[in-house]
Design a protein. Structure first.
Length: 269
């Protein structure tokens, strides 16, 4: 299984700069072609590492999370990756290998690995290999609730978690859920959604949850508000609450994306 990641580099001077990149009041699309070297950041506390910051809390838009694509060169990494003590982390590995340590326990990471790290846990990440390590990193400030324990850290993988078919869809639409939806200790979910060719969301979803959608594989026509947008590997979609959305998978391979959503908490007034 392969997983998309920003291509970096820079297009040739002969390329037409027109693209499908768009930012509206209800959604944004950052095509893979826009995820180049000149938009990376170097992060305090990280060595030999660069980040594409794809989403950040933005007042009046999507306010609950930040989403990075993180590339760690051989020998690079961090002993102090997270500056915000309230932040939880979700990592999903696109390529390469690294060593994740959570409160002293070492977890080898490889393509398809998934890690959840709760706020307050001490973690480190180092690339001990000879190839770049590329991972998606989602950060969210945790919302504690009296009487509900903070989730514990865990590491699993795409291959280890069976996808659950959605109802009434002849198994052309499924979701790989790394967290039990009824576990109220979690205030966000990061899942992988899969559509077989021709599969679709058969209605325009319209709901309070914010989304980050990073296309890992395949192609689709995606409805965002009132617009149909063609998306493929490495494209990122950023949706505010209540933005209508649907999709139809195209091509001859499964369409898969990494999906963030905020769940399981009362609305702050």
């Amino acid at each position: 299984m392969s997983y998309a990641f920003p291509p970096g580099g820079l297009p040739d001077q002969s390329e037409n700069p027109e693209s499908t990149a768009v930012f509206t009041s209800s959604y944004a699309v950052l095509p893979a072609v826009t995820q180049r070297d000149i938009v990376t950041s170097f992060l305090p506390g990280w060595q030999q590492t660069r980040a594409w910051i794809l989403a950040r809390p933005l007042s009046g838009f999507a306010e609950t999370f930040a989403q990075y694509a993180l590339e760690v060169a051989p020998g690079g990494g961090s002993d102090a990756p997270e500056p915000d003590i309230s932040a939880q982390a979700i990592l999903f590995v696109a390529s390469g290998a690294a060593e994740l340590t959570i409160d002293g326990v070492i977890h080898p990471l490889s393509p398809g690995s998934y890690a959840y790290i709760p706020p307050g846990d001490h973690w480190t990440l180092w690339n001990r290999g000879d190839a770049p390590f590329q991972t998606h990193w989602i950060r969210k400030s945790y919302q504690p609730v009296p009487g509900i324990e903070v989730p514990r850290a865990f590491v699993t993988s795409d291959a280890a978690v069976a996808a659950t078919p959605m109802p009434d869809c002849n198994e052309v639409w499924s979701t790989t859920r790394f967290v039990d939806p009824e576990d109220l200790s979690h205030d966000c979910h990061v899942n992988i959604v899969t559509f077989q060719p021709g599969g679709r969301i058969p209605f325009a979803e319209t709901h309070v949850m914010e989304h980050g959608l990073y296309v890992l594989q395949g192609t689709a026509e995606y409805l965002l508000n009132t617009d149909w947008v063609s998306v493929g590997p490495g494209d990122f979609m950023w949706l505010r609450a209540f933005c209508p959305q649907a999709c139809i998978a195209t091509g001859d391979a499964p369409f898969r994306y990494l999906l963030y959503k905020d769940v399981n908490r009362h609305v702050r007034l």
